[in-house]
Design a protein around this ligand. Structure first.
Ligand SMILES: [Zn+2]
Length: 348
């Protein structure tokens, strides 16, 4: 399998994260990429650096004002008084509906950085540091390179994206995610494939991906995740969110009870596979996280490392050209084993 990764993706090194009312050490550590690269090497896979395709593919799914904010926020932060913190971190969160059918918002009225920070950074898990934008852009380009490999005739490809992307909405970063790599790739695949499905097996609902395609009939979004009733991202991910307008019926959420393990995951995957076949998808993007592992520090499910091999086999059995896009997974000591098991299962 061809794989893609750019070393600059590891430069993004967040310093702060808010959990249970305290500023704590971040979970998206740069060393995550080392473990995943090790797993690829164990399978004999050497990732290629992606081409520098820039912002054009990004702007196919993201709001231009939002992208400009991400690109310039760090430099603007330097203009703030010297007591500023080590990274761009918001302190305001303007009211906005959590309705799943909420489209891209109008541009924010504040012209200054502080007001725009609250508009575009949706929670306290997406600080912007000196290397965040470049890592984010390289991560998106890795997804684009993977999509281009599929467009070029490859049957499968792996995009080792970091930062991950599935919580990023068209105009809002959140949940360690800045640009939605899977959505950018799915949109890219539409150049050749009439119908594209995105299947998300990260333990968190793929709320950004859902929002981006919620009103569209050409991209089916399916997410299997821990029940959001008491779990991030809280406000979406419920089973009654089925799409809106032309997209009615083209979004499927399969929340699992907290503590669920392999049997429930495999049953949900069977449901997802049926929906993808019924949709007559021509290509598949898999948002792959490992935070459904029982060891994950912020997860709520109980998967074992080897279970990711069974997930891979089920995805492979769908029988579509498949781009695998890296999402979360924060138990650094096991994520390499999870990816290794996944790749072995995918290869049968
Ligand atoms: Zn996750």
């Amino acid at each position: 399998m061809r794989a893609f990764y750019h070393p600059r993706q590891a430069a993004h090194d967040p310093q702060q994260y808010m959990r249970f009312g305290r500023v704590v050490a971040p979970k998206d550590l740069p060393c995550r990429t080392d473990r995943l690269l090790d797993a690829l090497a164990r399978r004999g896979i050497r990732p290629q650096a992606p081409a520098e395709t820039g912002c054009d593919p990004v702007l196919q799914v993201h709001d231009a004002g939002f992208v400009a904010f991400l690109r310039t926020a760090w430099d603007q932060w330097q203009q703030l008084p010297p007591e500023r913190g080590p990274e761009v971190w918001p302190a305001t969160f303007p009211y906005w509906s959590a309705r799943p059918d909420q489209p891209v918002r109008p541009p924010p009225r504040p012209t200054g950085l502080l007001g725009r920070m609250g508009w575009y950074l949706g929670d306290l898990s997406v600080p912007v540091g000196p290397d965040t934008w470049l890592s984010t852009l390289r991560s998106a380009e890795t997804a684009v390179a993977g999509a281009d490999a599929i467009l070029g005739g490859e049957d499968s490809a792996f995009a080792l994206c970091r930062p991950s992307g599935h919580h990023a909405r068209a105009d809002r970063a959140s949940g360690f995610c800045y640009l939605n790599n899977a959505a950018i790739a799915a949109q890219r695949l539409r150049q050749r494939f009439g119908r594209v499905a995105v299947l998300d097996v990260d333990v968190h609902h793929g709320d950004g991906t859902q929002q981006i395609f919620y009103g569209r009939a050409d991209v089916l979004t399916v997410s299997i995740h821990g029940d959001p009733g008491d779990f991030y991202p809280f406000y979406t991910g419920y089973a009654d969110e089925r799409g809106s307008g032309a997209g009615e019926g083209f979004n499927l959420n399969l929340p699992l009870p907290h503590g669920a393990a392999k049997p429930q995951m495999m049953a949900a995957l069977a449901t997802a596979a049926g929906a993808i076949r019924d949709f007559c998808a021509e290509a598949l993007v898999l948002s792959l996280g490992y935070d459904a592992h029982k060891s994950d520090p912020i997860g709520v499910l109980r998967l074992e490392s080897e279970d990711f091999g069974d997930i891979a086999a089920a995805v492979r059995a769908i029988g579509l050209p498949t781009l695998i896009v890296q999402e979360g997974g924060y138990a650094v000591e096991v994520i390499g084993d999870c990816l290794h098991a996944f790749l072995a299962g995918f290869d049968g």
